[in-house]
Design a protein around this ligand. Structure first.
Ligand code: SAH
Length: 251
């Protein structure tokens, strides 16, 4: 029975995230609302079709559509695999402008970052802190999209720190302790180090870059400046380039 279940091809769409409240039995889920509408209208889900599924913060596997109505669909699920490994990374980013923030949240979730600190910096515009994207529900929606893309289930933790100095002086030394601690900075820096599996702390600046005072404070907290070469990259490009250099085997 299980063999038949797994031999049919799987619909090549993103992972469908399941919540514990979806379960009607150990292998039986019912999905309604936004995910149901999406599966019906975009994926044109049919009875018998199979999808990759995963439980939020839990296992991944396959689900076969067993019931399809106008309001909901039901899946028979087999959850037997661990989600991909998290990156051993504490990522600190100067808060990007809203449009970039949205994409960055999705990208970091897709790349396997599980700890993200969004901090203030001299060149972060104050208005960025009032974007609705930072509201818990919206933030979570963007992270979930990133997880679904990657086929991952583990939701990243995001911490907001609106004041640079207290964060860097009081919290950062403990965050960076016993990790390979780096700040991406195009000037006065050593080349980006080779990959290791070591736990790493990495800070990335705002679109205008960190100012000299900030780079000094980050150094005092134990972060070593590294560069990627002479080309200055946008934040949204710098993030995947840095992570794939630092953790090529994990991505
Ligand atoms: N306009 C700024 C650059 C900001 S780029 C300037 O000229 O200084 C935004 C952030 O991306 C930087 O703060 C840094 O963290 C990262 N970054 C971009 N290009 C980089 C490079 N070549 N090396 C290291 N970090 C880089």
């Amino acid at each position: 029975m299980i063999g038949v279940f797994f031999n049919r091809s799987v619909s090549p769409v993103n992972l469908i995230l399941l919540y514990t409240s979806d379960f009607k039995g150990p292998h039986h889920v019912r999905i309604s609302g936004r995910r149901f509408q999406h599966m019906r209208s975009v994926h044109k889900a049919q009875v018998g079709e199979r999808f990759r599924v995963g439980v939020l913060n839990g296992l991944i596997g396959l689900g076969e559509v067993t019931v399809l109505t106008d309001q909901y669909l039901e899946l028979r699920v087999q959850l037997n695999q661990a989600p991909p490994k998290p990156l051993p990374l504490r990522l600190i980013m100067a808060l990007p402008r809203p449009k970039m923030l949205k994409r960055t949240l999705e990208t970091v979730a897709t790349l396997g970052v599980k700890e993200l600190w969004l901090i203030n910096s001299y060149r972060v515009d104050k208005s960025y802190w009032s974007t609705p994207i930072l509201h818990a529900d919206t933030l979570r929606e963007h992270l979930l999209l990133g997880l679904e893309q990657a086929g991952d289930t583990r939701l990243p933790n995001v911490y907001l720190r609106k004041r640079f100095k207290p964060f860097v002086e009081d919290e950062l030394p403990a965050i960076a302790r016993n990790t390979r601690a780096l700040v991406a900075h195009p000037y006065d820096a050593t080349p980006c180090p080779a990959a290791t599996a070591e736990p790493t702390t990495l800070a990335i600046g705002p679109e205008g870059g960190f100012i000299a005072y900030e780079v000094n404070k980050l150094r005092e907290a134990g972060l070593e400046p590294i560069h990627l070469g002479p080309r200055i990259l946008r934040v949204e490009t710098a993030v995947p380039v840095l992570l794939s250099r630092l953790f090529p085997l994990a991505l």
